[in-house]
Design a protein around this ligand. Structure first.
Ligand SMILES: C[S@@+](CC[C@H](N)C(=O)[O-])C[C@H]1O[C@@H](n2cnc3c(N)ncnc32)[C@H](O)[C@@H]1O
Length: 395
């Protein structure tokens, strides 16, 4: 195989698995066995294609006599990766076209090589003029832009959409007693640091976005308190609560995820349980953390595909489940205790509206802006994932 073909082929296969088989981009790319330089190219191509997919598909359709929806998946994905590179990359156009043709010939759709060549050469002839605007709103489904416009000021929507197209970087939580000399702290979020060195992390650090670390910090617990993490897998926040001195029960409805959480954090007491019908007596915990299942729209820097996996109807369903779980969580807390409600998303339906009317307050000493009776963090404001946190009191 010619140099450069392997990374481009793997990028095309990756977006196929992400778009049609439900794989998550951040997890899938971690599994690549390509050499490091090719992995950088793989990441660039895959993320660029996913972040700009809507416009890339529009460009391809303008140069093809076929609709994207009628193309074979492998052909569509090779075209997407090559178009991403033609529009946003730096490689010479003829090399991009040649490797795309080579790449399609190396797979099962070799007969489409002429079609791929024709579409890409047509795009090359107009490449300088295809992207006449860099308006971030064009990179997202219309329903999402409309939903955000209905809940925030225009500047905040633009900031969020722009910064959700960027890279997340790598952040870590330092476990208690770990030497953090020389590391750059994330402002205002205790225990969170930027991590730029490549390779494995040394003991004492856990990879975690700073917004997730802010959630673990927000639970108002005392040493020795009994805390239930009600949707806990894979367990990053449960481990954080343990590090803060709590006795932690971790529950998750998904058995496979709970087992892998148990393998990773055996010090936590894991159980498989549905948070809508939890098998615990009412009032048995000092605090509950409900890091609820959600649409995940706050994580689009590392998972650009989530914007294509949800829609207003699914968001409404999520919100119903979040409300049901929160009601259960409140019943499990002893009087005077709290439920910390968090979601890594930014839709009003899953955030402010879930805790509206409840005796709830934003966490203290945490960066972000107050939204209703919670706190909103985001790539545009705190340089973190989008996250909503609210502390609900049990009276
Ligand atoms: C946002 S993730 C939790 C992440 C976790 N708190 C951490 O920090 O590692 C949401 C979790 O909710 C679980 N889940 C979804 N529906 C549930 C339900 N009805 N009851 C309990 N867990 C549920 C999912 O399996 C998923 O692991």
């Amino acid at each position: 195989m010619k140099p450069g073909v392997a990374a481009r082929r793997e990028a095309a296969t990756a977006i196929g698995r992400i778009l049609r088989s439900g794989a998550f981009s951040n997890r899938l790319l971690e599994l690549s066995t390509l050499p490091p330089r090719d992995v950088d190219q793989l990441r660039f191509l895959t993320y660029t294609a996913l972040r700009h997919l809507k416009r890339i598909d529009e460009v391809i359709e303008r140069h093809s006599d076929k609709k994207m929806s009628t193309l074979d998946g492998e052909v569509a994905d090779v075209l997407r990766i090559a178009t991403a590179e033609l529009l946003f990359g730096r490689a010479p156009a003829h090399a991009v076209v040649d490797t795309a043709v080579e790449s399609i010939k190396a797979g099962k759709r070799g007969r489409a090589a002429g079609f791929v060549n024709g579409v890409l050469r047509s795009i090359v002839r107009r490449a300088g003029t295809e992207l006449d605007s860099d308006e971030p709103r064009m990179e997202y489904p219309d329903w999402l832009v409309e939903m955000l416009d209905g809940q925030w000021e225009r500047d905040e929507v633009t900031g969020f959409l722009t910064d959700s197209l960027g890279d997340a970087g790598r952040q870590v939580r330092a476990r208690p007693g770990t030497d953090v000399a020389g590391l750059t702290a994330v402002p205002g979020i205790r225990g969170a640091f930027d991590w730029t060195a490549p390779g494995e992390l040394p003991d004492g650090f856990v990879v975690q976005d700073a917004a997730s670390i802010a959630v673990g910090n927000a639970v108002p617990l005392q040493t020795g308190d009994l805390v239930l993490d009600m949707a806990a897998a894979p367990g990053g926040k449960a481990a954080h609560l343990l590090d803060r001195g709590a006795r932690v029960f971790a529950a998750d409805r998904n058995q496979r995820r709970a087992i892998s959480g148990h393998r990773r954090w055996p010090e936590v007491a894991w159980t498989v349980a549905d948070g809508v019908h939890p098998p615990f007596r009412s009032g048995s915990f000092d605090h509950v953390l409900l890091d609820a299942p959600c649409s995940g729209l706050g994580t689009m820097r590392r998972r650009p595909e989530v914007r294509f996996r949800t829609d207003p109807a699914r968001i409404a369903e999520m919100a119903d489940r979040q409300r049901a779980m929160l009601a259960r969580a409140l019943s499990l807390v002893a009087p005077g205790g709290t439920v910390t409600y968090s979601v890594c998303t930014v839709t009003a339906a899953e955030t402010v509206e879930v805790v509206a009317g409840l005796p709830a307050v934003p966490p203290v000493d945490t960066p972000g802006r107050q939204w209703g009776n919670g706190l909103l963090l985001g790539p545009h404001s705190t340089g973190t994932d989008g996250m909503f946190i609210s502390i609900v009191q049990r009276r």
